[in-house]
Design a protein around this ligand. Structure first.
Ligand SMILES: NC(=O)c1ccc[n+]([C@@H]2O[C@H](COP(=O)([O-])OP(=O)(O)OC[C@H]3O[C@@H](n4cnc5c(N)ncnc54)[C@H](O)[C@@H]3O)[C@@H](O)[C@H]2O)c1
Length: 317
């Protein structure tokens, strides 16, 4: 490992792990030293491509002593075991969205990290985007007057093949469907931009895909201070259109949409957001300002998602 660079282990070597690896490669602060996956062929191929060692088990990767940061990119329901292993080894850990799949499980991870003094952060990379920061500036400035309504819409489409034989859309590994997987970034914006949520009413339905969890979720929210809001999250809106946020107030309305049309594809992401998360987290470890999405902050988004599923009567383990 090069002097001055922090060694990184990536757990899970599927789709999003490639963006972790590209971000690590682009950063002067970190270097990829290990990749971990239960799928032997996949992890070996990944390690050969990105130039690091391959492991089938995170404990073994951490025993080497050269890992100073773990990033977690396993299916959402498998995040816990990686975070708990990192906490056992007291190695800082940055976890893909969602931190884990229920509020209760988030609490367990936060407690394990707190007890061992292990820094814990969430990857919700769109919080670092100029679009989010602009929305926050506008809302915090007060120029919209009294905020009366906030609306988040993610009207996407996924083919059946996305769900068939996959962990996607399962309670055990995805923790839900369109809401927790596809809509989480915009739900996270609502949580970050609006006052705390006081009450939720919601419906979830499975309308267009043979899947265990919802492909359509609708929720209305009452925020502290009285403003209302709504969330529409779906993978059943063909051909799909852009994410949209509206914040309405007595002196103005802020609207944002991601200008996308047609089917949204997860492999069309860019690594810049992940680079921002990794560098901000590393800075916080090295005496810089606190990482803005620590375990507690990442949990707030899961708290709202958990409340919506509970209110909709959705079956969760
Ligand atoms: N930040 C984003 O915008 C974004 C986008 C896509 C996915 N994600 C998140 O990233 C995570 C992974 O999603 P993905 O699309 O890359 O999934 P994927 O199925 O492509 O890859 C998951 C990998 O984890 C491996 N794995 C499964 N269980 C494991 C375990 N117990 N230990 C080690 N490896 C294990 C699998 O073999 C697979 O290689 C999910 O939590 C998802 O929500 C985030």
């Amino acid at each position: 490992m090069k002097a001055g660079k922090r060694g990184v282990a990536i757990v899970g070597t599927g789709l999003i792990a490639r963006f972790h690896a590209q971000a690590v490669k682009a950063s002067e602060k970190v270097e990829l030293v290990a990749a971990v996956d239960i799928a032997k062929d996949r992890v070996e191929k990944f390690a050969a491509e990105f130039g690091c060692r391959a492991f089938s088990d995170l404990d073994a990767a951490l025993a080497g002593g050269d890992v100073g940061l773990v990033t977690v990119a396993t299916p959402s329901g498998a995040h816990d075991e990686a975070v708990l292993a990192a906490a056992r080894h007291r190695v800082p850990v940055l976890v893909e969205k969602p931190l884990t799949i229920t509020s209760e499980r988030c609490e367990r991870l936060i407690a394990a990290c707190r007890e061992t003094g292990t820094p814990l952060g969430g990857i919700l990379q769109t919080r670092f985007s100029e679009d989010f920061l602009k929305a926050k500036r506008v809302i915090d400035s007060g120029e919209l007057g009294r905020i009366t309504f906030a609306k988040a819409e993610v009207p996407w489409w996924r083919e059946d093949s996305y769900y068939a034989g996959s962990w996607h859309g399962t309670w055990a590994m995805d923790g839900g469907g369109a809401l927790i997987n596809q809509a989480i970034h915009l739900v996270d914006w609502l949580v970050a931009l609006m006052p705390p949520v006081e009450e939720v009413k919601a419906f979830c339905a499975t309308l267009a895909h043979p899947m265990e969890t919802e492909d359509t979720a609708a929720a209305v929210i009452r925020f502290r201070g009285g403003a209302l809001g709504s969330i529409y999250a779906t993978t059943a809106s063909f051909p799909g259109s852009g994410k949209r946020l509206e914040i309405h107030g007595t002196k103005g309305t802020y609207t944002w949409d991601d200008q996308k049309t047609g089917v949204s594809r997860p492999d069309q992401l860019e690594y810049a957001g992940h680079l921002a998360c990794i560098e901000a987290f590393v800075d916080s470890l090295e005496g810089g300002k606190p990482y803005p999405i620590d375990g507690e902050e990442a949990k707030r988004t899961i708290d709202l998602i958990t409340a919506i599923y509970k209110e909709a009567g959705s079956e969760r383990r």
